[in-house]
Design a binder for this molecule. Structure first.
Ligand SMILES: Cc1ncc(COP(=O)(O)O)c(C=O)c1O
Length: 403
């Protein structure tokens, strides 16, 4: 990013915008796929739409042979509009709109049951369509030693799990396509237990399903400055693959039809594929503290408010810079704690553009309509800048209110 390019971009798109890098996204998908499939060939990626459902990214995953992992009818609709074959849609999530579930099931999608309330819904759909074969999976929940009691999926020791299993295996037109689990903990040491316990569970049940889905919860790539702010080691794709893929390679070595091993990464693929550029609108001193205000907010880049400083680049745009120590970058909202980056040391001037890295996951999808609508997303290609999402307008946000 240099001054000339940024001058052109700000003239066209305004003083704040996201920069998407789908080439990097493709490279991440390839690398993750290679890491696992070198050890266990029948491997696939189901991209977690909720993490960043920019249709351009959803299209890339589809073109690269991946699945769409969705958790709502809204996300299922994105997949359909992007042109994903319904058979490549996997619907998880603790709440499902069963009118849309019925439509998706009839079109061949996979629906993973999460809770007991879904058993009756599925039974009724199966009864209404006796001639259709419906692909149903079951989300399971067990202890992986991460100290978290997850609220997702059926406890494998519960009567509800046995009831769900009975329904899906004993109903003629329901096809138990797979078993899924998802644990949010990203630590490497939690991945081997996921794999071992899934295989042990399937063996106990005497099942070899088409899909074994280990969910998401992988760390992605990041600069060392960001890695240093986590209290656990940040593994590589290869290390995750080595923790789980050999378990499946060994267990299904002699199987003619090996199950498809799926993971559902979101952050791991997209975190480093978006940056956020914003103009410094002011620099002030308050009782000896330097504070720069930018046209952006923590809600643009990190609405989960995890207090981590993203990788940061300052591009000088021509005003005379000054050296600052312990400067904080504050946002446009009126929230006192709205800081995008704290304790910056370096040169800065009003009018400079600050680029915050690792803004790809849980950013654009979680930005609230607070104070300002969201900024455009662009991608820089060999042909120039391409608009991926235009900036939101007043009408985008307010046409649902009654004035
Ligand atoms: C079912 C499921 N799969 C995948 C993901 C993606 O997780 P992450 O982006 O944290 O890896 C999530 C996140 O909440 C999820 O709930």
């Amino acid at each position: 990013m240099d001054k000339v390019l940024l001058n052109n971009l700000t003239a066209q798109y305004g003083d704040a915008f996201y920069i998407l890098d789908t080439r990097r996204f493709r490279a991440n998908v390839c690398e993750l796929k290679k890491a696992f499939s070198e050890i266990y060939e029948n491997f696939g990626i189901a991209y977690s739409y909720k993490t960043n459902y920019t249709p351009k990214l959803c299209k890339v995953i589809d073109e690269m042979g991946g699945y769409a992992e969705v958790v709502s009818d809204m996300e299922a609709e994105i997949a359909l509009r992007v042109g994903v074959d319904p058979q490549k849609i996997i619907w998880n999530g603790p709440y499902k709109n069963y009118a849309k579930v019925e439509e998706l099931l009839l079109r061949g999608a996979t629906v993973n049951l999460d809770s007991a309330y879904e058993i009756e819904e599925i039974r009724e759909i199966a009864q209404r369509h006796p001639k259709a074969t419906l692909n149903v999976g079951i989300r399971v929940n067990f202890d992986i030693g991460d100290g978290v009691v997850s609220r997702f999926g059926f406890d494998i020791g519960s009567a509800d799990f046995r009831a769900a299993l009975r329904l899906v295996t004993e109903t003629e037109n329901l096809h138990l396509i797979g078993i899924q689990c998802h644990f949010a903990t990203r630590r490497l040491e939690t991945w081997h237990p996921r794999a071992e316990r899934m295989v042990a569970l399937l063996d106990e049940l005497g099942l070899v399903p088409e899909h074994i889905d280990l969910g998401g919860g992988l760390f992605g790539k990041m600069a060392d400055s960001l890695k240093a702010q986590f209290d656990s080691y940040i593994p590589t794709y290869d290390e995750y693959a080595q923790a789980v893929a050999p378990v499946f390679a060994e267990r299904y070595r002699k199987c003619a039809e090996k199950p498809l091993l799926l993971v559902e990464p979101g952050s791991a693929l997209v975190g480093d594929c978006m940056k956020f550029a914003s103009r410094v609108v002011n620099i002030k001193e308050v009782r000896g503290k330097s504070i720069a205000t930018v046209l952006g907010s923590i809600y643009n880049i990190n609405p989960t408010l995890n207090k981590k400083n993203p990788p940061l680049e300052v591009v000088t745009m021509g005003e005379m810079q000054k050296e600052y120590t312990d400067l904080d970058f504050g946002g446009f909202t009126c929230i006192e704690s709205d800081y995008l980056y704290r304790h910056f040391n370096g040169k800065l001037a009003k009018g400079d553009i600050v680029i915050f890295g690792n803004a790809g996951s849980y950013s654009v999808v979680l930005k609230p309509p607070f104070i300002l609508p969201n900024f455009p997303i662009i991608e820089i290609t060999a042909e120039g800048a391409e608009l991926v999402k235009r900036g939101e307008t007043f009408d985008d946000l307010f046409h649902t209110f009654v004035f």
